[in-house]
Design a protein around this ligand. Sequence first.
Ligand SMILES: [Fe+2]
Length: 317
Amino acid sequence: MDPPAVLRLAHLSDVHLAPMPRVRPSLLLGKRLLGWLSWTLRRRHLHRRAVLDAVVADMRRQAPDHVLVTGDLVNISLPEEYAQAARWLAELAPPERVLLVPGNHDAYVAGAAEAGWIRWAPWMGGENGGGAAFPWLRRLGAAAVLGLSTAVPTPPGYASGRLGEEQLRGLERRLRQLAAEGLFRIVLLHHPPLPVSRPRKALEDREAFCAVIRSAGAELVLSGHEHRFHEGRLAGPDGPVPAFVAPSASLLEERPEKRGGYLLFQIGRRSGGWRVTVRLRRHRPTGTGLEDTLEREIDLPRATGAATAGCVAGGVP
Ligand SMILES: [Fe+2]
């Protein structure tokens, strides 16, 4: 018999909200101009509001306790895009049930995020205050979520991310605190800590992030950015730490590996630890709603805080 569920979570990523709001020509400079051209010529045909709306409708029917969103809500960080995304978040679920970290498209050009993220404070602020203080922490009963920002402006042609030493130090400190409290620790970040991204798209300090997980541990690491599902394991002090990369929630794609969808997690207790059930729900090729395309059941031990060596412990299928 399954253990009683303590928490049911949905994980959406790379929303890339459409339609693009009307753009003042004075805002279309440098990287933003290139991004606007890319959206107008290509990406608007790929990231479809109808695909996203079907994902959200399906997710609501699954009735998760909380929704985790790992960034790229917008496309070129226009002021009106932040406002549009705030309206979308408000309709998604009550603020106390939605947790958000930003992606590279949410900090597309220098200076945009400082003004735009203020609108997202109700979803990005944890117990350590509202706004863009990372890592934020939110306790959800037997679990705790730590939200990181990897979103930094990059030159045209780049979509890389960076955490920085201060954020990594804060992450390690909080992971240790939460282990001592016996909580199921979930880490959210937009850029995957798995070796799946090309260098110009990768998390620059991935090795340093892996070193923190190796030392302090976590029970689940969730990200997006790649617009396709990946799964892997990071080395942790008590054994491998599962890491999942969600597909884009809005992508209209024929290829099964990139079809739009989201992840569902059920976290339950078991003797000596946790049982996590993972489901990947994606659009059917026939366009008739979503279906389960993968299910995993993972048993994890309760954290002890011991030390171990090695960064990436498992391959990526
Ligand atoms: Fe991204």
